[in-house]
Design a binder for this molecule. Structure first.
Ligand SMILES: *Cc1c(COP(=O)(O)O)cnc(C)c1O
Length: 223
């Protein structure tokens, strides 16, 4: 587990950027990890966990403490929303359409729940990315504000693929500017590869998987 190392890097990036580490929340993306691999993070006080597949989350959640705050970060099919609502998943980072917003709200109301949602914005403009188009976000936000079962707290974005963390900066900057313009507080940007750039640009939520377990991986043989 490399949590201490990741936390140190977050604190150093906050210091460089003149930001309070208390306003940058680490979400451990635990996809592909077993409950036994996840528990040391919880024991170290990391209660925000992210998953990207509904079935995997359903298999895992019962083995972990009820105090965990779940974040759903993956592409979400509408017919699976009911499980997230019934299981009390607090955060959905991947709200990308009006249809999904309506389903989230309907299922939340049915299960006496309320989602905190982030609109995923396609600032990467790559065919594989799942977010809403930038120009559609204001209207989507207006629709969401009429729905009782969810509250839009901010925006989420993924940077275009790049080997260089600096490659993420324009996409993160565009996301934060849009969040500012829409008066949205939360900015879920930054993954293992680019979280320091995300902190510099104004991230309030970091979704980090690989870097938290890196030291546990066997070092590949040379050649
Ligand atoms: C897997 C995943 C992450 C974490 O990625 P790492 O590179 O492992 O840190 C973050 N966000 C989403 C949406 C993911 O699917």
């Amino acid at each position: 587990m490399s949590l201490a190392h990741v936390r140190a890097r977050i604190e150093a990036a906050c210091a460089r950027a003149g930001r309070d580490p208390g306003e940058v929340r680490l979400v451990a993306v635990s996809k592909g990890r077993t409950p036994d691999e996840i528990r040391p993070l919880i024991d170290a006080g990391l209660l925000d966990l992210g998953e990207n597949r509904v079935q995997e989350w359903r298999d895992k959640a019962p083995a972990l403490p009820a105090a965990v705050r779940w974040h759903f970060v993956g592409n979400l099919q509408r017919n699976k929303v009911k499980y997230l609502a019934a299981g009390g998943v607090g955060w959905v980072h991947s709200l990308n359409s009006e249809r999904l917003a309506r389903t989230l709200s309907d299922q939340a109301v049915r299960h006496d729940h309320r989602f905190t949602a982030l609109i995923e914005v396609d600032v990467a403009r790559e065919p594989t990315k799942q977010g809403a188009r930038v120009e559609d976000v204001p209207a989507l936000l207006e629709t969401c504000r009429t729905l009782p079962g969810l509250e839009v707290a901010g925006l989420m974005a993924m940077a275009p693929f790049s080997d260089d963390p600096e490659g993420a900066r324009p996409a993160f900057r565009e996301t934060v500017a849009l969040a500012d313009a829409l008066d949205l507080k939360e900015r879920s940007i930054g993954m293992s590869r680019d979280f320091e750039v995300a902190i510099e640009e104004g991230a309030t939520l970091l979704r980090i998987g690989t870097a938290l377990w890196e030291a546990d991986r066997p070092v590949p043989a040379a050649g």
